[in-house]
Design a protein. Structure first.
Length: 220
């Protein structure tokens, strides 16, 4: 787990230079056992958007923190990731895909909070992302995105390119963002080395899909 997240940190540092964007690393990356969860979660890996108590006998974690189930065997993770891709559930068979996906959630939150201010009640995030007198605030934008869904026609195209997971209605806009860039980042890798610009791979997709990506990235 530590190895995979170290690779993610290196990949995103290289991408930030190649694609000319800056971001803050997730405030916490925690490896957990399911017995320690306060709320039983069907997802093995997840990112929280706001301050929340996640683990028994631990303090609440600030938004943008990432959690990974304690699965030490990367071979097992690789096999499950490939299986999920073959079954057309997720967008990439790369063993880093589950990790990159959660990092992307945290990075998207950083982008929104940095540009629109946080606007919630978490003291840590308020200090990191001061008020920008924007309406809606970053917190309100996230709340809105959590409830947005695509049309049936759009979902058919998303399924063809990203798989079933990105078509599910809960948090759909946020999940499409992460699945899209997980796919193109992983497709740009040779091993763990970046050999292509992910944006160039997006440009090779149908215009209709590119329009969907623009739509989910329109935050107002």
């Amino acid at each position: 787990m530590a190895y995979a997240n170290t690779l993610c940190a290196q990949i995103f540092q290289k991408l930030s230079k190649k694609m000319n964007f800056n971001f803050l690393f997730p405030p916490f990356i925690r490896i957990y056992n399911k017995t320690s969860l306060i709320e039983k979660n069907s997802a093995s890996n997840f990112c929280i958007h706001d301050s929340k108590a996640i683990l028994i006998d631990d303090n609440p974690f600030p938004g943008r923190s990432i959690f990974f189930e304690n699965i030490i065997n990367l071979k097992y993770i690789n096999e499950k990731t490939e299986e999920s891709f073959i079954q057309k559930y997720t967008s990439s068979p790369h063993f880093l895909a589950p990790f990159i996906h959660e990092w992307l959630h945290s990075i998207q939150l950083d982008f929104i909070y940095n540009n629109y201010g946080y606007g919630g009640k978490c003291a840590y995030l308020t200090e990191q992302y001061p008020d920008k007198s924007c309406k809606p605030t970053g917190f309100e934008i996230i709340a809105s995105l959590q409830n947005k869904k695509l049309s049936l026609k759009e979902n058919m195209l998303v399924y063809d390119i990203l798989g079933k997971y990105a078509t599910l209605p809960y948090n759909q806009y946020l999940e499409i963002f992460s699945e899209t860039w997980t796919k193109f980042i992983c497709d740009s890798l040779s091993g763990t080395q970046i050999v292509k610009n992910p944006i160039e791979l997006l440009k090779e997709t149908p215009k209709e899909f590119q329009n969907i990506v623009r739509k989910i990235c329109s935050f107002k």
